[in-house]
Ligand binder design. Structure first.
Ligand code: IMP
Ligand code: MG
Length: 181
């Protein structure tokens, strides 16, 4: 599909599935290199709902033993970040002393990542790393480095591959960008 309509807005194709999968292959290779032969069992922390598709594809490619946990946060309303991160669904097990790989769909302002890293530090994790499918460098306003970025994109609103516009569009297998005209 070249264009999709979600509620009042039209989106045009931006990153086809094949390109997304190639980028996931590459980022998974990097993580595998860094974690190969690890003696601990790192936790892969999926940030729901947006990262669900990316986490699934990433995990299939990981070659070391890892555990999956999920957390649900919310900061977006419509097409804008509210800058106010809420925890909607918390962690269900004790992860103190563990290494955690946070898996995000997109890092925009970085508020979510900073909040989450703070929350994990309070819970006594040994280390936390961030792996994101998409990164908007122009919107990012934090000092913390993002460890693994699959793709960098300009500061535009996008949907698909797990990302939503007011909760719809997550099922699109390609990534779409808001059509300006
Ligand atoms: P941040 O806290 O500003 O970095 O925003 C992170 C969260 O906002 C992401 O996990 C997404 O759920 C959402 N988000 C940011 N940019 C977009 C976008 O372009 N489309 C859809 N959701 C987005
Ligand atoms: Mg998200």
């Amino acid at each position: 599909m070249e264009r999709v309509k979600l509620f009042d807005k039209t989106f045009r194709i931006f990153i086809p599935e094949k390109k997304i999968e190639e980028a996931i292959d590459k980022v998974a290779d990097r993580i595998n290199d860094d974690f190969k032969n690890c003696e601990d069992i790192p936790v892969v922390l999926c940030v729901l709902n947006g990262a669900i598709m990316f986490t699934a594809e990433l995990m299939k490619r990981l070659t070391f033993n890892c555990e999956l946990l999920s957390v649900k946060l919310s900061s977006y309303s419509g097409t804008c970040s509210t800058g106010n991160v809420r925890q909607v669904l918390g962690l269900t097990s004790d992860i103190s002393g563990r290494r955690v790989i946070i898996v995000e769909d997109i890092v925009d302002t970085g508020n979510t990542i900073v909040e989450l890293k703070k929350m994990l530090a309070e819970r006594g994790v040994a280390a936390s790393y961030v792996c994101t499918m998409l990164f908007k460098p122009e919107a990012y306003r934090q000092d913390v480095g993002i460890d693994y970025v699959a793709m960098e994109i300009p500061n535009d609103f996008i949907v698909g591959y797990g990302l939503d516009y007011n909760e719809i569009g997550r099922n699109l297998k390609d990534i779409y960008v808001l059509d300006q005209d």
